[in-house]
Design a binder for this molecule. Structure first.
Ligand code: CMC
Length: 432
């Protein structure tokens, strides 16, 4: 267990030569942190760390990530092993409950997800209210907030949470598929109880009432893997948002909706959509990716190579490694030859040898290849970030639950260094 080691302390010498001794916290993977919680009280100083580049906001037992080595574990299990051997439902159980399920636990959890897959019929009208130009992330976040109106006992902080967690996991999948059907003007396809989690999602997305639809086992496996790879990533922007919103006592639907909105940005989950748009743009202008990379390196128009770089990975993202291989397999199975894949591989090859990217330790991240697989599956580009949200959901829930169950949780409230005007006298308008 992580904890303060009384033998280890850090000493901080302040400008007035005053010394402050700070406790050191050691994690189970031997990560070290200086505990500054009492620094202000003991010295009058705060710490400043724009973008939380080097600030731990919590201890957590969910995910371990070593960005230098390219290591990712959920509850101690390597991501490579989970992606190969587990299912998304089993991995969700692992993240939320802390252990892999037994057969009966797995069945009970799966049954609950099946039983709670419908959304209230009245909510169908909400979809109708959105204009065709709506981004599916706007619809998804609003629908998740709306769930709190249908299950108002979520507002009672003492009420049991397991049912709300199940509802979220199951209904977000239905909402995602319904919002797609609505956007293309097709009738909504209801969930089918005989199908498992990922198969049911594909059914709701791609079945039409007039035809039989059979779920492809290859696509179902690929979807399981994609969602597992996205399922958690410790204290990223959206997960930290879920924790900070939840720390105010806001209900679980509100906290998750906030996480969805944080994920939407192109520097975070929105990057998977941005990667495909970037590749399409390069292809449309003749395919000269070297010129594009040149623009990126010279920071022309603030261009970035989307799907590259990461705050914590300074090595190849282990998820991107799995996805690159999956890309080849899924496209080969579907008999698709996507020119964007060749373009992406060509850009990666050049970037990994280029001093700009090498010196800044910029490698492909999870979003570089995932969009090409989603595209091959028939999922439209503006739904990619919704897919990321569906995958990240168990991670957000696990962190929300860990935060709520932790007796030491305090409302998230960073401090600041004020740089504005000092106190001044108010002047009536006619004297200004
Ligand atoms: N292309 C070109 N240059 C880059 C890139 C990139 N993708 N990423 C970082 N840099 C440069 C950046 O310009 C800066 O250069 P300099 O030192 O000369 O000013 C340096 O590398 C450090 O960048 P930073 O923005 O300070 O690094 P960060 O840790 O704050 O940002 C990041 C991390 C993911 C926001 C960034 O790498 C990025 O914008 N990548 C593209 C968007 C993307 O793919 N996001 C998905 C991340 S993975 C999914 C998720 O979990 O969110």
């Amino acid at each position: 267990m992580a904890g303060s080691d009384p033998k280890l302390t850090a000493k901080l010498v302040l400008p007035d030569s005053k010394e402050v001794v700070l406790p050191v916290i050691v994690g189970t993977e031997d990560e070290h942190a200086i505990d500054i919680r009492n620094l202000r009280q003991d010295s009058g100083y705060i710490t400043l760390d724009n973008g939380y580049m080097n600030t731990g906001s919590t201890t957590s037992a969910i995910t371990y990530l070593d960005g230098e080595q390219g290591i990712l574990h959920y509850r101690g299990y390597p991501i490579e092993e989970l992606a190969e051997k587990s299912s998304f439902v089993e991995t969700s159980y692992l993240l939320i409950k802390g252990e892999l399920p037994t057969i009966s636990e797995r069945e009970a959890f799966g049954d609950m997800l099946t039983r709670h897959s419908l959304i209230h019929e009245d909510m169908h009208q909400f979809f109708a209210g959105y204009p065709p130009t709506s981004h599916p992330m706007a619809v998804l976040s609003a629908m998740v907030t709306s769930l709190s109106a249908y299950y108002p006992d979520c507002l009672d902080r003492q009420a049991p949470v397991d049912l709300h967690i199940t509802r979220l996991l199951s209904k977000v999948r239905t909402i995602a598929a319904f919002s797609y059907k609505k956007s293309i003007g097709q009738p909504l396809i209801y969930p089918k109880n005989s199908l498992n989690y990922c198969g049911n999602f594909l059914h709701m997305m791609f079945a039409v009432p007039s035809e039989d639809y059979e779920v492809s086992p290859v696509l179902e496996k690929a979807l399981n893997q994609l969602l597992i790879l996205h399922a958690d990533h410790e204290q990223n922007c959206s997960t930290s948002t879920v924790r900070i919103v939840g720390s105010s006592g806001a209900n679980v639907y509100a906290a998750i909706a906030a996480g969805i909105l944080a994920l939407w940005g192109p520097l975070h989950g929105g990057a998977n959509q941005a990667v495909i748009e970037m590749l399409e743009e390069i292809r449309a202008s003749g395919g000269d990716f070297k010129k594009f990379l040149d623009d990126v390196k010279n920071k022309r128009d603030n261009r970035r190579l989307m799907g590259f770089g990461h705050r914590v990975y300074k090595n190849y993202d282990p998820r991107a490694k799995i996805l690159k291989k999956m890309c080849d397999e899924v496209l080969a199975h579907l008999g698709i030859k996507d020119p964007l894949l060749d373009l992406a591989k060509g850009m990666e090859e050049i970037a990994l040898r280029d001093d700009y990217f090498v010196s800044k330790k910029l490698y492909p991240n999870v979003d570089f290849y995932s969009g090409i697989i989603y595209r091959a599956m028939g999922i439209p580009t503006n739904m990619f970030t919704v897919m990321f949200a569906l995958g990240r959901l168990p991670g957000w829930i696990a962190h929300w639950k860990e935060m709520v169950d932790d007796k030491e949780t305090k409302i998230g409230r960073p401090r600041q260094i004020y740089t504005g005007q000092r106190v001044r006298k108010y002047m009536p308008i006619e004297q200004r």
